[in-house]
Design a protein around this ligand. Structure first.
Ligand code: HEM
Length: 117
């Protein structure tokens, strides 16, 4: 094969390999969730550094609190540093009902890992 055909072929091959392995890397990042213990969560137990577990997932809601975005005000602070599943689902200091689907869908943006078993 002539040299002027081989060079573009090599370049195309390199581009294809980069795209292929890039996609694989991206996918693996999405599926490998960090496992976080309750002991680690307990270190983040204040309004200025607040992690909580809800239904097996772990969320860092520090920015949500700092931005004053919680419609229930300071009630959210009671969940900092612990497994807040029951609090999130019962709101004993408020309506006594589970959070809405809208509240639930807001959680995803704060996801940092899964609760260690
Ligand atoms: C243990 C943690 C939490 C507690 C104790 C709590 C408590 C409350 C309370 C008392 C209210 C006022 C309405 C009522 O009286 O029922 C409320 C409303 C609300 N909270 Fe929370 N909250 C917590 C975590 C969160 C988190 C992590 C999010 C979202 C990222 C969130 C989103 C909302 C929203 C959107 C509302 C408006 C009502 C609704 O859509 O359900 N809350 N919350």
């Amino acid at each position: 094969m002539e040299k002027n055909k081989i060079v573009p072929l090599i370049i195309l091959g390199l581009i294809a390999a980069t795209v292929f392995f890039g996609v694989k890397l991206f996918e693996s990042g999405k599926t490998t969730a960090k496992s976080i213990t309750l002991a680690e969560i307990a270190k983040h137990n204040s309004g200025t550094d607040c992690w909580m577990a809800i239904e097996g997932n772990v969320y860092d809601v520090t920015s949500f609190i700092a931005d004053g975005k919680h419609p229930g005000g300071d009630a959210i602070l009671q969940g900092c540093g612990k497994d807040a599943t029951i609090l999130f689902n019962t709101r004993p200091m408020g309506s006594g009902t589970p959070h809405s689907d809208r509240a639930r869908s807001m959680l995803l943006q704060f996801l940092i890992g899964v609760l260690a078993k």
